[in-house]
Design a protein around this ligand. Structure first.
Ligand code: 2NL
Length: 346
């Protein structure tokens, strides 16, 4: 055995190791290059045939060859392990952007009542109104007194109020309508005012298909010079067509509210029979949606608006009720049951 023999043995071994492209192939290469039947092991076996003076140097050369090959195997193994790890990380990488944008089904969507509220806001914003919000826990002043209902006024019994245990008895309550926000708006800015206030309201009620102790209302308020009942009727008609569609109209019928004078209920064409008469509208062709009227001078007095200079109208109706009518929902309680099969439809 000559030193060049050992040299070529190392070179071919290194070539085989470098050619291994997977960990399994490297394991096979290791057996071929360093295993019991390998050229290095055979060379070591032949050392005994050498003359003693040659044996020492040849032995060292064979040992070095074995060590170089062993080191090459280890180096290649860590290279392949690193590549393998990188490949696995890439393959198992969780692409969160993909999950988020995969489609509406995984992301969820706004509740029908919220969608309806936003659509109603958009309609009024399109007519030049601003949107205002206010607290859901209110004082007696904002919920009743400033709205022309002094303590003990019989009109207060129109609302079965939920009171909060805070301060003097019955001084703090969950607002029964969004009208307190209108009072706050009139207190905070001078006319002209064109504003709608959507929000959650509370009344003591036993839940059934048409009543819940928590519901959503949107009210509108206009205060300007020369505002007439005709402006009110036109506004209601414009809103009705915009929300329910061009075939749906509105009409006003005399009514009473403590904060408006004169007052009216407003009805819209029955969207189920389009006015022909059906079970839902009791054959009348109309469905009541809300109330409205000209702002009572006593309300203007409570907030310091001069009723000789400024006139105004206000209206209010249920957001939940609009959603029920437009989407043919037969029970208010669906809105709070949170059954995913119901929610997914909208
Ligand atoms: C209904 C009736 C209505 C108002 C709300 C109002 C507010 C102020 C002054 C005058 Cl500050 N009026 N709001 C007026 C008439 C009717 O709501 O049935 N809502 C569901």
């Amino acid at each position: 055995m000559t030193l060049p023999d050992v040299q070529s043995l190392v070179e071919s071994g290194l070539g085989r190791i470098a050619a291994a492209s997977t960990l399994e192939d490297l394991a096979a290469a290791e057996v071929e290059v360093l295993g019991r039947r390998s050229a290095v092991v055979a060379a070591r076996g032949r050392l005994g045939q050498l003359a003693p003076e040659e044996r020492k140097e040849a032995g060292r050369a064979v040992n070095e060859a074995r060590e170089r090959l062993q080191a090459a195997v280890e180096a290649r193994r860590s290279e392949l392990e690193e590549a393998e790890r990188a490949r696995r990380v890439a393959a198992e990488r969780m692409d969160l952007t993909e999950v988020v944008t995969a489609g509406a089904s995984t992301r969820g969507h706004l509740h029908l009542v919220t969608q309806t509220r936003r659509e109603l806001e958009d309609i009024f914003v399109g007519m030049g109104y601003r949107v205002a919000e206010g607290p859901e826990v209110e004082s007696d002043w904002y919920n009743f007194e400033a709205l022309n209902m002094p303590p003990g006024h019989p009109a207060r019994s129109m609302w079965d109020t939920l009171y909060v245990k805070l301060g003097a008895a019955e001084s703090t309550l969950l607002r029964t309508h969004t009208s307190p926000v209108q009072i706050r708006v009139m207190e905070s800015q001078p006319p002209p005012i064109y504003v709608v206030m959507p929000g959650r309201c509370y009344r003591r009620d036993t839940p059934d298909a048409r009543h819940l102790p928590v519901f959503h209302q949107i009210e509108g308020l206009v205060v300007d010079r020369g505002i007439t009942f005709g402006d009110l009727a036109g506004t209601i008609e414009a809103f009705t067509g915009a929300y329910f569609g061009p075939g749906i109209h509105s009409r006003l019928r005399p009514s009473f509210f403590p904060f408006t004078e004169p007052s009216a209920e407003f009805e819209v064409t029955c969207i189920f029979c389009e006015g022909a008469g059906c079970r839902v509208c009791s054959q009348s062709g109309w469905i009541e949606l809300g109330g409205c009227g000209m702002v009572d001078p006593n309300v203007f007095a409570a907030v310091g608006v001069d009723a000789e200079e400024w006139q105004g109208f206000a209206f209010g109706f249920g957001i939940d009720r609009c959603a029920m009518m437009r989407h043919n929902v037969d029970d208010l309680r669906h809105f709070i049951t949170n059954d995913i099969r119901f929610l997914r439809q909208f």
